[in-house]
Design a binder for this molecule. Structure first.
Ligand SMILES: C[S@@+](CC[C@H](N)C(=O)[O-])C[C@H]1O[C@@H](n2cnc3c(N)ncnc32)[C@H](O)[C@@H]1O
Length: 286
């Protein structure tokens, strides 16, 4: 039986953007996504923007416990009628940007509303303490390319990638949806790294460092980091990294960013560490 309670509707989802209700109509794609997510019957799966249950019901057929979050009350009603008395589906009438996320490890398999892709990823990935194990998402192809881009220009995406491997699995054409979207989609795979490149306790320091270092992503490392490291420290840092000091900051990979962080923590006094919200334009030396 569903745990959904109609009385809760009043304080459930707030006005939300329902413009992107492109429902999945390809059974093959649905089962490909479930296989890619390696769903086990012991898993808790979050279906974000569950719609009328295109993914929810096949996910529940694996025996996993499925939490279906949907913000449109009309879809919630349809979803409930498609559940066929399954007791391993919980329907939550809620806005994913405000809903409480599971406290124990969970997997996400979802065809999310494209208009709020980055805020959804932010909820899942900004805080590595959120116990997301992996996610298989349908997103707009352009967004998938942005999250997996090399060089890395966006500090927020960089900080996600220090904890998660993000991969564009394949492009998905509009004909897999009804109504078809105007843009191509893609399957995005997100897996928590078995060993994060940045320790959870240093996450905020890393975000400040990433924001500082990528203020102008084309700036050479020697210029971009001169407000943090002394010239001799920069000489040693580029030697350890095995790169040219003129390499633009955006060309550093995730492992190299981890080296920059830990070198800073070990050799630079905290007074020179960048702070979040610091006006990074006031770099020393500029
Ligand atoms: C692209 S549709 C996918 C529907 C269904 N999962 C499918 O694949 O057929 C996105 C769904 O997200 C819902 N939605 C939009 N904004 C939402 C929000 N803030 N929180 C939860 N669901 C939302 C929409 O109502 C819609 O049903």
């Amino acid at each position: 039986m569903s745990k959904y309670n109609k009385k809760k509707r009043g304080k459930g989802a707030k006005a939300s953007n329902f413009s992107a209700q492109h429902q999945l109509i390809s059974k093959r794609l649905i089962y490909d996504m479930i296989n890619l997510a390696q769903v086990q019957s012991s898993d808790t799966i979050l279906d974000i923007g569950a719609g009328t249950g295109a993914l929810t019901v096949p996910l529940a057929e694996t025996g996993a416990h499925v939490i279906a979050i949907e913000a449109d009350p009309a879809f919630v009603d349809k979803l409930l009628s498609h559940m066929k008395n399954r007791d391993n589906i919980r329907v939550k009438y809620a806005d994913i940007l405000e809903a409480v996320l599971p406290k124990s490890p969970f997997v996400v398999v979802a065809n999310i509303p494209y208009s709020i892709t980055t805020p959804i990823l932010g909820r899942l990935l900004d805080y590595p303490s959120v116990p997301l194990k992996r996610a298989i998402l349908l997103v707009e192809k352009g967004a998938a390319k942005r999250f997996t881009a090399v060089p890395i220009q966006d500090p927020r995406i960089l900080s996600w990638r220090m904890h998660y491997e993000i991969r564009l699995v394949r492009t998905v054409s509009p004909q897999h949806f009804a109504p078809p979207p105007k843009v191509d989609s893609a399957i995005l795979s997100i897996s928590r790294r078995s060993k994060p490149l940045v320790d959870m306790q240093h996450q905020l320091k890393f975000r400040a460092l990433g924001a500082y270092g990528l203020l102008d992503p084309r700036l050479p490392l020697s210029a971009a980091l001169i407000g943090i490291f002394t010239p001799p420290q920069i000489t040693r840092l580029v030697r350890v990294l095995g790169i040219d000091r003129e390499l633009p900051m955006c060309r550093l990979n995730e492992e190299q960013w981890a080296v920059v962080l830990y070198t800073m923590l070990q050799h630079v006094p905290p007074s020179r560490w960048p702070q979040l919200r610091q006006n990074v334009k006031k770099r020393k030396g500029f």
